[in-house]
Design a protein around this ligand. Structure first.
Ligand code: F6R
Length: 262
């Protein structure tokens, strides 16, 4: 795992956007796995700026989002489809038909999940998967005790996740109880992962993910078994890391080193 620590959240987000854009520029037909949430709002704002600055084209890119709330209309202001259109897709030349987000409603969530999984495989799998992390260690909406081999499915959200996402809704009652999320096994099948975390509220989950035991109680710890993961942190999110000075020795100021230590 490559752990890159930057002084500020702004630097983290600019570097994450740079890494995503590099993928698009190097491989115009990239298949990107995308995330939502507060952290990604600034990553996408920066990505839009950098896309325009470098006149980069997204015309051939395919995207798959990690998750969508279950039980709200897809065009609801709080849906992740609305979020993605608003923060990213409306500002770049991506083909909207090539942007995939799990459905938010339907008769048969199991079938919808299997179809989403098949669509990802049909596209040849994810080249680069962008991830955030929940304060409880979730990735996507794979809440603690999720199977580390799970595929796309309906998950019940924990109270901690519903509390954290309360800010995107008018009332607590409106916060959905379920989400359709890709599984940890799906995430593990991606070629490469880029996880971004900022702020001290994420410090315990980040420490458990990187240095804790591999355990379903911290779903993000499954990434210890992935061959190619880069974690971008600001100083606050890196606060609890016991081997922090080692990560800073290997990658001073978050610089990539010549040694490709995974
Ligand atoms: C959302 C997702 C979640 C978030 C996580 C962090 O698509 O995959 O795992 O990345 O909940 O969210 P924020 O950035 O709001 O703290």
């Amino acid at each position: 795992m490559k752990v890159l620590i930057y002084k500020t959240a702004e630097e983290v987000k600019a570097q994450a956007a740079r890494r995503l854009l590099m993928s698009v520029q190097r491989t115009p037909q990239s298949v990107l796995g995308l995330a939502t949430g507060g952290t990604m709002e600034d990553v996408y704002a920066e990505l839009v700026k950098q896309t325009h600055r470098h006149a980069a084209s997204w015309a051939q890119v395919t995207t798959f989002n990690l998750d969508e709330y279950w039980g709200i209309p897809i065009d609801s202001p709080a849906s992740y489809r609305t979020y993605m259109n608003h923060h990213l897709f409306n500002h770049i030349n991506v083909d909207l038909d090539a942007t995939h987000i799990p459905p938010s409603e339907g008769e048969n969530p199991d079938l919808a999940a299997a179809q989403y999984e098949a669509r990802i495989s049909g596209a040849g799998g994810i080249d680069l998967q962008l991830l955030g992390i929940g304060v409880n260690g979730h990735i996507g909406f794979n809440e603690p005790t999720s199977s580390l081999a799970s595929k796309t499915r309906l998950k019940t959200l924990t109270q901690s996740t519903r509390d954290a996402n309360r800010r995107f809704f008018d009332t607590m009652e409106q916060v959905p109880r379920y989400a359709l999320t890709v599984g940890i096994g799906t995430i593990m099948a991606s070629e490469e992962c880029l996880l971004v975390a900022t702020g001290s509220s994420k410090a315990p989950a980040v420490q458990a993910m990187i240095e804790g035991p591999l355990a379903a109680s911290c779903p993000a710890s499954a990434l210890q078994m992935h061959q190619k993961v880069t974690v971008m942190l600001d100083e606050d999110a890196a606060r609890d890391l016991e081997l922090r000075s080692y990560y800073q020795l290997v990658h001073p100021d978050g610089q990539e080193s010549a040694v490709s230590d995974g």
